[in-house]
Design a protein around this ligand. Structure first.
Ligand code: SAH
Length: 256
């Protein structure tokens, strides 16, 4: 097994503990993926991770035509902490929310926090669907963890209950585009030391009362993402990309 063929082998997220020599069950969807999509045969190598035990090499053991199990062999990578930002976002229609969750996962988000704001139009969030999207993105981008996804809460409650040990909250504030005051995001992050949290509004933005409430919180900093009004999912991706750029460069991301 060359390093190249290991690196190109399918990668699956599992929930069970991963133990050397164990035979592991996979879900029906994963069996379908391995046998029908990837056309794996007995003995083909896959990689598995569960967010706790690092990444392991395993081999496919088909059980009939439709079901597969995995025989776990050796650990390839130990588990390491993957500290990342929190993203507070207003739920969007799925055509926009799905890519937001996928891209945020690729960009290292540690926690996805749907918040209901005054102008949030979409209030029902399919958490299972979001989890499936973020797991697929984590499998593809070589993360060793998957992001935590919270149930939706009202923005007012989340702000009120913001723990004192929680990260600083960067409020992506489109008002600066129309002459309001906000710090360019890179400058704000350059001064930051700990994992950050970002808040992005819905398609209609935040209403004026809400903006004042957010700005009045001691743990928030208003940041601008540039001179144009971005769509909500673009704003989230832009903010997380800035975080990634600044913190990868400085190498100062600390585990909380
Ligand atoms: N319809 C609103 C814009 C909403 S954009 C309006 O015209 O005012 C959706 C969200 O993306 C905003 O609430 C904000 O959080 C973020 N956003 C968009 N452009 C931004 C920018 N240039 N700087 C900071 N945040 C921005």
């Amino acid at each position: 097994m060359t390093p190249d063929s290991l690196a190109s082998s399918p990668r699956l997220y599992v929930t069970a503990p991963i133990v050397s020599g164990a035979e592991m069950a996979v879900t029906d969807a994963q069996s379908h993926y391995l046998l029908a999509v990837m056309r794996c045969v007995a003995g083909d190598v896959v990689r598995v991770f569960n967010g706790r035990d690092g990444e392991w090499r395993a081999r496919v053991a088909p059980q009939g035509k439709r079901r597969a199990t995995l025989r776990v062999e050796a650990q390839q990578q130990p588990q390491i902490p993957e500290p990342g930002p929190w993203l507070l976002f207003a739920p969007l229609k799925s055509a926009r929310l799905d890519p937001l969750v996928e891209k945020a996962t690729e960009l290292g988000v540690a926690r996805l926090m749907p918040v209901i704001t005054h102008r949030t139009v979409v209030t029902r969030v399919n958490l299972q669907r979001l989890a499936a999207i973020s797991i697929e993105a984590a499998e593809q981008c070589e993360r060793l963890t998957v992001p935590q996804i919270d149930a939706p809460r009202s923005l007012a409650d989340v702000l009120q209950d913001w723990p004192s040990a929680a990260p600083a909250l960067y409020f992506c504030d489109e008002a600066a585009v129309r002459g309001g005051h906000a710090v360019p995001i890179i400058r704000a992050l350059d001064d930051a030391r700990d994992p950050a949290a970002f808040l992005v509004g819905p398609e209609g933005g935040f209403d004026p009362a809400e903006q004042n409430t957010i700005r009045a919180c001691s743990f928030t900093t208003s940041v601008t993402l540039g001179p144009r009004i971005l769509r909500a999912e673009t704003a989230a991706i832009a903010a997380l990309s800035c975080w990634q750029g600044v913190f990868s460069r400085q190498g100062v991301v600390s585990a909380k």
